[in-house]
Design a protein around this ligand. Structure first.
Ligand SMILES: [Mg+2]
Length: 286
């Protein structure tokens, strides 16, 4: 019989944990297919009024679009249940005191744009790259060569211009049904950073999404408002299918990490893994 998280939640999890954070792809759904028990578990959490969020490194699809995609396959997620790596932009920029900078957004941060949500002055017009005070690496369809070359040359001339990468992912599954991968925003950014390092320049880079702590700390702050001062970060479960993203990132901030084997990680990969990637619990699926 498969070992499922929902059975643990029903017996002891709902008493031992204070909140749950879910990865989406490979955990809740796989492309347009709901994963086992996801719909039932979300329904149960809503009935229990148990705090939870879906954490996504998608900085290009709005929570409205993303949640609709999940509702279309029977998982009752609402926009407010989703935290994107790009939601953290506003806080991050305020903490840095960069509210008055002019930002260039490479590609897109969605429509409506997360850059507007962050209340910053921004442009995605490549004519503004050379005059920008900071660069945000967005996603979506855009002509790469000219923009990436202009960013590269701008950073050679002005190496201290900060680069913000909401989505650090190297690649993501294309929905073409062939199991192929798309090149992610993180990989596009690192391509430029590698070229700069070859020129002896160390860029100033800030990653916001999983496995970096910004998105986890941002979500923990929201949870603290919901749960109150008794919130213990060790009682926030981070459930996901990726050791190097969900588990490593959750462990780094002291969350209770749970691996599900319904996505990219197979059981035999758990042998000889380093402590920072070791989950506290493992289930076959939700
Ligand atoms: Mg995943």
């Amino acid at each position: 019989m498969p070992n499922c998280f929902i059975d643990y939640y029903k017996t002891s999890g709902r008493h031992q944990l204070q909140a749950i954070l879910f990865d989406v792809d490979g955990t809740i759904a796989s492309g347009k297919r709901p994963l086992p028990h996801a719909a039932e578990l979300i329904e149960l959490l809503k009935k229990d009024k148990f705090p939870f969020f879906l954490l996504t490194n998608d900085s290009c699809n709005s929570p409205e679009i993303k949640s609709k995609g999940l509702r279309d396959i029977g998982i009752q997620i609402q926009p407010e249940d989703i935290v994107s790596c790009a939601h953290t932009l506003k806080n991050f920029i305020r903490e840095k005191g960069w509210q008055n900078l002019n930002f260039f957004v490479n590609g897109s941060l969605g429509n409506p744009s997360y850059a507007d949500l962050a209340e910053i002055k921004w442009s995605d017009n490549p004519e503004h790259i050379r005059t920008a005070d900071a660069i945000i690496f967005g996603e979506g369809e855009y002509e790469w060569k000219f923009r990436l070359e202009t960013i590269f040359n701008t950073l050679i001339a002005k190496p201290h211009v900060p680069c913000i990468v909401p989505n650090p992912d190297s690649y993501w599954p294309l929905s073409n049904g062939k199991g192929e991968l798309g090149i992610g925003a993180g990989a596009q950014a690192r391509f430029i950073f590698q070229l700069l390092r070859e020129k002896g320049i160390e860029p100033t880079v800030f990653y916001l999404g999983k496995p970096y702590p910004t998105i986890y700390n941002y979500t923990a702050k929201i949870l603290k408002k919901l749960v109150g001062p008794t919130l213990d970060i060790g009682k926030i479960a981070m459930i996901g299918d990726s050791l190097s993203s969900d588990i490593k990132g959750g462990n780094a901030v002291g969350m209770h990490t749970i691996l599900v084997l319904s996505g990219i990680t197979a059981k035999n990969q758990l042998e000889n893994i380093s402590p920072e990637m070791t989950p506290k619990q493992v289930f076959d699926s939700l």
